[in-house]
Design a binder for this molecule. Structure first.
Ligand code: NAD
Ligand code: ZN
Length: 249
């Protein structure tokens, strides 16, 4: 066993209540690009903020065009070794929950119960009306988009329809954030997997765990915003090193 794997395995062995905190980096090995890593989505495209989405039909059309362009990749993605390792720690009761910034639903696909996944940035596998909250399925919206060339509107109230994700400038889901904070305070170990830890308030969750006395462990292929604060930092690929530490293939 190499030194990084051994150090990670030791952190897991000594912990009694782990909180897993995941970012886009855990899903790159499933073929979904991250945002800020090399080759990340934002090295080529500017994000569309919430204010622009609400204010401009052109921005909405562009957001939906990007969504439908990227959807086949998201739909084809399957959980990888990193997701399986998380699922195992949860199943064994070693970890209490996974708090994720991801919107891809891959933790659930790896067998983690929906109640054990706290999604801080929502979910991109469906959409909802910003006014009345009605859920809308992507297949229906795509058909209408291709037919009308206009950004989708709610069939019930004519409100704006948006993927069920949190954009820049949009309020965080309060209940999820409160749950995440409570879990962070209750944990004795917080393991961060694949997050640059620069997006707040999400990145405040591992900070809170550390301040409340948990050990902070970071696995990321490059430096993150919280490396200085961590008890263990491993700059390696998640699947190989975390998978080996947990003992999944
Ligand atoms: P980020 O793109 O800012 O950071 C990802 C980090 O993971 C980078 O530092 C990168 O070096 C690292 N990384 C990538 N692949 C790795 C691997 N195989 N092993 C180890 N490290 C790896 O992502 P973030 O911190 O999650 O913040 C980005 C925002 O983007 C979030 O708000 C999230 O909602 C959204 N996002 C989600 C997805 C998804 O759902 N899969 C994908 C892209 C972006
Ligand atoms: Zn509506």
């Amino acid at each position: 066993m190499d030194a990084d794997v051994a150090a990670l395995a030791q952190e897991i062995a000594r912990a009694r209540r782990i909180v897993l905190f995941t970012g886009a980096g855990i899903s790159t090995e499933s073929g979904i690009p991250d945002f800020r890593g090399p080759g990340g989505v934002w090295t080529t495209m500017r994000p569309i903020g919430f204010a622009d989405f609400v204010a401009s039909e052109a921005a909405r059309r562009e957001a939906w065009r990007r969504k439908f362009d990227s959807e086949p990749v998201m739909r084809a993605a399957r959980p990888n070794r990193g997701h399986r390792a998380c699922a195992r720690l949860l199943r064994e009761g070693k970890a209490a929950c996974v708090i994720t910034q991801n919107i891809d639903g891959l933790h659930q696909q790896a067998g983690v119960e929906a109640g054990q996944v706290i999604e801080l940035h929502g979910n991109a596998t469906y959409a909802h009306c910003l006014d009345c909250g009605t859920r809308h399925e992507l297949d229906d919206l795509r058909a209408a988009f291709e037919r009308d060339g206009a950004a989708p509107r709610c069939g019930r109230c004519r409100g704006l329809v948006k993927t069920a994700t949190i954009s820049f400038g949009q309020a965080m889901p309060e209940a999820a954030m409160r749950r995440a904070e409570a879990e962070a305070r209750a944990a004795d170990c917080c393991i961060v997997l694949g997050s640059s830890l620069v997006v707040y308030p999400a990145a405040g969750v591992p900070v809170l765990a550390r301040q409340a006395g948990a050990r902070l462990v970071i696995v990321n292929r490059e430096a993150t915003g919280l490396d200085d604060m961590a008890d263990l930092v491993v700059h390696r690929e998640i699947g190989a090193v975390f998978g080996a530490a947990v003992g999944v293939n």
